[in-house]
Design a protein. Structure first.
Length: 321
């Protein structure tokens, strides 16, 4: 039996101790080399793009000679207006990358000795930058689709005669949502969150190229796709693979998502379900990359991502419902 990738030495190319042993100056040099990689690590102005900059010695900031704007290594990135040291941010990313099923904000806060609020926002900023990697992606070829309903759990009554059929709409909380996955065979994974599978069909038609072959289960929500794609269906009440149609790769993604929900986060609010689903899709896409490669990909994605309009100053505004 072949060894699982995560058990091999190829999966380990970075240790947390390597990051946390960095001095703040070393962390600053590492971060700026990634942040300004387009200019061989030399700072350039995020406002006007000028490459001639003064470097302050008292504070780790720069000043553009062209527009006179002052900026730091995190200006214009998702880490703008940070309070954490850069070493702590890099350490948080290393910890986050090592979590195959995600990493809880409460645990991250204890790891870094910061408040839960700080860890929560930092985690979601990383998820937002990870989701941006496939924001405009369009799948093609053979694509598997499926839906997984999460949230809105209703605890059954103690006595059998008092229990109600929780499948009926009048007995549901209205908080239940479905995560629909679109996954290329041996390729990328995309997700969307909707009220029902039928409501996700327009998104599927936008994110899956025409001429693709779609594999789906027997749910009637996918019937309308036959008019636009070559659709192959599998009846899961009979079997999970009949040699013609199969959605096992989509089911594999839901296995990771379920383990993240039950084993790591325990509860995911519907307002953030899309962010967690996108994170798990990113982890599926990079499951064969070592933790060092994943670390660099997260850092590079974060420094390229603009200031987050949702998470900057998040705790000073009303929380989403």
């Amino acid at each position: 039996m072949a060894q699982h990738f995560l058990l091999s030495s190829a999966a380990r190319s970075l240790s947390l101790s390597q990051v946390m042993r960095l001095s703040e100056d070393e962390a600053f040099k590492l971060f700026t080399s990634i942040r300004f990689a387009q200019n061989n690590g030399a700072p350039f102005c995020p406002k006007c793009g000028g490459t001639e900059c003064y470097t302050y010695t008292a504070r780790k900031i720069f000043k553009c000679k062209a527009c006179q704007a002052q900026f730091s290594a995190t200006s214009g990135t998702i880490f703008a207006s940070r309070k954490l040291e850069l070493r702590d941010i890099l350490g948080a990313i290393a910890i986050f990358a090592n979590g195959q099923k995600g990493h809880a904000a409460l645990q991250l806060g204890r790891d870094l000795d910061v408040s839960y609020k700080t860890a929560f926002v930092l985690s979601h900023k990383l998820r937002e930058s990870m989701a941006a990697e496939t924001a405009n992606a369009v799948l093609s070829g053979t694509v598997e689709i499926d839906g997984c309903y999460l949230g809105g759990h209703i605890k059954p009554a103690n006595y059998k005669e008092d229990r109600k059929d929780r499948r009926l709409a009048e007995h549901q909380t209205g908080k239940r949502k479905v995560v629909v996955v679109m996954r290329e065979r041996y390729g990328r994974t995309l997700t969307t969150v909707a009220k029902s599978e039928a409501q996700a069909v327009p998104v599927i038609m936008q994110r899956v190229a025409s001429g693709s072959t779609i594999h789906a289960d027997e749910a009637p929500s996918w019937d309308s796709l036959h008019a636009h794609y070559d659709v192959k269906r599998i009846n899961h009440s009979v079997c999970y693979s009949d040699g013609i149609a199969c959605t096992n790769m989509a089911e594999s993604f839901f296995s990771r998502l379920r383990r993240a929900e039950v084993g790591t986060h325990h509860h995911i609010r519907r307002a953030y379900l899309s962010a967690y689903a996108s994170e798990m899709a990113w982890r599926e896409n990079h499951r064969r990359d070592s933790n060092g490669v994943q670390f660099m990909q997260i850092v590079q994605g974060a420094v390229k991502h603009p200031v987050s309009r949702q998470w900057k100053g998040y705790w000073q505004r009303h929380l989403p419902k």
